[in-house]
Design a protein around this ligand. Sequence first.
Ligand code: GMT
Length: 371
Amino acid sequence: MKIGIVCYPTFGGSGVVATELGKALAKNGHQVHFITYSQPTRLDFFDQNLFYHEVNISSYPLFEYPPYELALASKMVDVVKYEKLDVLHVHYAIPHASAAYMAKQILKTEGINIPVMTTLHGTDITIVGKDATYEPVVTFSINQSDVVTAVSEDLKKDTYAHFKITRDIEVIPNFIDLERFKKQKKDHFKKAICPNNEKLLIHTSNFRAVKRIEDVLAVFQRVRKTLPSKLLLMGDGPERPRMEHMCRELGICEDVRFLGKQEAVEEVLSLADLFLLPSEKESFGLAALEAMACEVPVISSNAGGIPEVNIQGVTGFMSNIGDVDDMAKNALYVLSDEMLPTFKANALAQAHVFDVSNIMPMYEKLYEKMI
Ligand code: GMT
């Protein structure tokens, strides 16, 4: 098949899932065309089946807001027509689903029928999408897509709760490439960060308010009182200055390291003993799955789709949002020398459920059905 994938090219979860899906499809013999405004971060190698089409946005002094959606729809029309695509798969509803609707209508006038799949990822529904600013367009474009998927049962439920959806939504969970995400031996790095054999806690995200990084710091502060430990914070975003300030206030700076955005996420995860994900909202929690694949158990909130990934008392623990005392208590239990090996093994076993080889065929099957 010739598949067009439209996504955000950044480090965010939806872009990561879209890019990893494209890579897996290409490996399986499909031709995959990425359509985005810059090269996706995870599209980091050459493959004869992978193509990248950049959306160019021409500016004009009249435009206070350059119309990206129109440029994207025009690029979709171009790529579908000239690369003879069989299907368009857009990740994250805003503005990809509505741009795809417009491209589909334009192509129809030229006698081309392109099936469109929209995959909902989370904030496009739970935060941005349901806001009145976008809601009518999101509802319309979801209902107009040929196939709609959500990355968790919880997100499917939220979509029906917040929008007037008149069609079926299929759940296809996020996935992980276990060939890439596996624990690597990085003893020298570990020694550099934890010279006295401290336990290493880690959080990775886009540092948005929804991630509640203040809870990561609060949990770490409590754990550190009992157990010699260090904290790595990977990623970057709007909350970072506030979190740096909070570290100073809590007096924990010497044991906390802000790493910024990292390409080799799996190498850093390989060093860790425990992953913290106290989010206010999380449709799935891909970051937790990536950690689990590297044998890192998870202490998280019980928000959204997290319970579909982190199994209570098996791969880690979940607490109510903001209950940092409970999270710290559970963290200390998991980090104990008697329990840690079992939790690590369980985390890896659970990651296997979401191996790309189990999940990618679900998308393939749906593409075939649409075509
Ligand atoms: O987590 C974010 O804020 C980024 C966002 C995205 O779309 O890039 O992530 C969402 O999609 C991921 C991939 O499907 C999910 O694993 C995340 O749980 C989801 N984030 C939220 O729901 C907050």
